[in-house]
Design a binder for this molecule. Structure first.
Ligand SMILES: O=C(O)C1=C[C@@H](OP(=O)(O)O)[C@@H](O)[C@H](O)C1
Ligand SMILES: C=C(OP(=O)(O)O)C(=O)O
Length: 456
């Protein structure tokens, strides 16, 4: 393991402009749908990170062709052209592994929820026998609902992690469905992750009868991500609906070849916007989408709740704004923060730097993220002298951190960036394994250093 990363301290309010790479969630949805489309599709400005590379590699393993384009039509932006998978096994059940006749393909999911939860249904559509595995940390992330959903649709799931007595369903497992997927109506418990819903709905246009998916259980977390899935499908011309709460319907139909440009990752913009909030600085981001399905759109509400000012200015074209965050003299706690899903570690950095208690609610499913984020956040806040404790559905921060030290990242990119935000205002913070930010933002250390140094 390389030595810890000394988090840059802001000697002055952080002021500057930042632009962040493309959205992980949108990139991986578009790449998957391109692989299921009727002809070659182009994803412009895709995210280039570990999670998106794993998605592309997996789609190639399943039979898609991927070409990288350095400059899309003179725009200066890179793109990826995906030539779709051949799903003829769906109509030729005899051809169990028609592509090679050789050993079953292996998908490496790394630690990517969007790969491990979204691709089993796609693998089943190819009719091949496909093995899935991932990082040691990925082997404890819940998979049961998506695998049980596929099993209810007639897909055979086998292997060490297949759901069964005493096993809720985890990596590694094998997916096999020589006849493709008929579809129909199923019920799953998606209270562990919205990705269970998205992972079934995204492939559903290619199910012969489409899919009606019902959720039964306590609430589905991170509903913005389900909304993203439905919006992306509908923008690509598919018929989707939500006839009642927690029920979704995707009609069968071809996915016409498409070209799409990916928005910046608004979740990954968070730490940079927080840099202004915690140092009393001013950070500007151009190209903030006016209407986005990303959960990171919530920064415009969350930051003011902690006392920061957020303003926007229209940009030419009418689709985007320039967003500016100005930090207050002293952060204030809003008291309660509800359902912040993947934004939580970054919001927790704000909570760990302000006076007053902050209670995080409806984030129990974070125990199944890259690490158990509730345990990790409480442990790291305490290690730096703050007071915090876990609750049933979240955690509470009672008092701010008081000193620097090593922030452990637990292979979790958002724990690493949590440490970076704390390091801006607390001397001697070091972050273990800053390289884990490559999951969604390999350029994080450089972008961070540039922003902080340009303010000194
Ligand atoms: O669909 C997606 O792209 C995601 C859904 C969310 O998962 P959970 O519902 O498990 O939080 C989110 O946290 C994750 O980072 C990305
Ligand atoms: C939960 C996250 O990732 P994943 O897509 O791996 O679930 C995240 O990025 O915060």
């Amino acid at each position: 393991m390389p030595s810890p990363w000394p988090a840059p301290t802001a000697g002055a309010p952080v002021c500057g402009q930042v632009s962040v790479p493309a959205s992980k969630s949108l990139t991986n949805r578009y790449l998957l749908l391109a692989a299921l489309a009727a002809g070659p599709s182009v994803v412009v400005n895709p995210l280039e990170s570990r999670d998106s590379r794993l998605m592309l590699a997996a789609l190639e393993t399943l039979g898609a062709r991927v070409e990288r384009i350095a400059d899309w039509q003179g725009s200066g932006e890179p793109a990826v052209r995906v030539t779709p998978l051949r799903l003829e096994a769906v109509t030729d059940p005899a051809a169990a592994d028609p592509a090679t006749g050789g050993p079953a393909p292996q998908i490496d999911c790394g630690l990517a929820g969007t790969v491990m939860r979204f691709l089993p249904a796609v693998a089943a559509l190819t009719g091949r026998v496909v093995h899935f595995d991932g990082d040691p940390e990925a082997r404890v992330r819940p998979m049961g609902a998506v695998l049980e959903g596929l099993a209810a649709l007639g897909v055979t799931i086998t292997g060490e992690g297949a759901p069964g007595p005493g096993n809720a369903g985890y990596l590694p497992f094998t997916v096999e469905s020589p006849g493709g997927i008929d579809g129909g109506e199923i019920t799953i418990d998606a209270s562990g992750s919205s990705q269970f819903v998205s992972g079934l709905l995204l492939a559903a246009p290619r199910f012969r009868r489409g899919l009606t998916l019902r959720h039964a259980g306590s609430s589905v977390p991170s509903l913005e991500h389900v909304e993203m899935t439905l919006t992306v499908l509908s923008e690509l011309g598919l018929t989707v609906s939500s006839p009642e709460p927690y029920t979704w319907r995707v009609e069968p139909g071809p996915i016409e070849a498409f070209t799409v440009r990916v928005e910046p990752d608004l979740s990954n913009a968070g730490p940079f916007l927080c840099a202004a909030a915690v140092t009393g600085g001013e950070v500007t981001m151009r190209g903030w989408p006016k209407h986005s399905t990303q959960i990171g759109r919530r920064w415009t509400q969350i930051l003011p709740e902690f006392g920061a000012e957020v303003t926007t200015a229209e940009e030419p074209g009418g689709e985007t704004v320039t967003l500016t965050v100005r930090g207050p003299k002293h952060l204030v706690s809003p008291g309660t923060v509800d359902g912040t899903a993947e934004l939580t570690p970054t919001v927790a950095a704000l909570a760990a730097l302000c006076e007053g208690e902050t209670t995080f609610t409806s984030v129990q499913h974070l125990r199944g993220h890259e690490t158990d984020r509730l345990a990790a956040l409480v442990a790291e806040i305490r290690r730096l002298g703050g007071e915090a404790e876990e609750t049933e559905d979240g955690f509470r921060v009672f008092s701010p951190i008081t000193h620097g030290g090593l922030v452990r990242s637990y292979a979790d990119h958002r724990m690493a960036t949590f440490g970076a935000v704390l390091g801006l205002v607390m001397d001697d913070v070091e972050v273990e394994d800053i390289g884990c930010t490559s999951k969604t933002m390999p350029e994080f250390p450089e972008l961070w250093r540039d922003l902080v140094e340009s303010s000194q």
